[in-house]
Unconditional design. Sequence first.
Length: 231
Amino acid sequence: MFTKPIPGPDLRVNQSLPPDSGAAAQSMVEAAQFFHSRGWLMGTCGNLSVQLHRVPQRILVTPSGKDKSRLDPEDFLLVDERGMSLTGAGRASEELSVHQEIYRLTEATAVFHVHSLSNNLASRIWLEAGHVTFEGVEMIKGIAGKTLHDKVLLPIVANSHDMPALARSVAAAVTSDVPAVLVYQHGIYAWGRDAEAARRHIEIFEFLLQYAVELHRLGLPMQDGQRRGIV
Ligand SMILES: [Zn+2]
């Protein structure tokens, strides 16, 4: 006998985008274009998200497999705490679970992730140390809460193609001290209290990583021990 299937729960509970989603999407479009212009979002790599609401969780995130230099505000997906898509076509970025761990552990409302030559090189050079150290560099002031006199340790964690494993790996390194985690031969996640801060943190860390790699290539330390050149 034919039995009518029992309808499952309607997961598309909120078909309309929240009013603040337009500005969030636009800020991510602009950030992605800038990151791409710097060679940090080549191919379809990288992903960006903004958490519009913490409870219930509503995250606007880049779609999987899309060229990040050609994003439109309509391309972003609105997802809930289970990663279920509420609006938008396609699949959310595979690395969404990493973003969700960062949102769970911090006050961030934006998480941006880029792959660059400098961040990949730095992750190899300093893997054994477990972090990249930045000290005595003016650009450190661009990191929320930091001054020129602060030493910043950017943690490096193992990479994995298993997303729950990668999310755990990143989560274990998240602190309130430094708003970023570097993944071995993969890329950097940086976050901030808003999209502007997350973008600034990506720019600052990319500068610092490029500088650190160049210093290493020249055989120079990040800081010479006597704090020369700082009054
Ligand atoms: Zn990635």
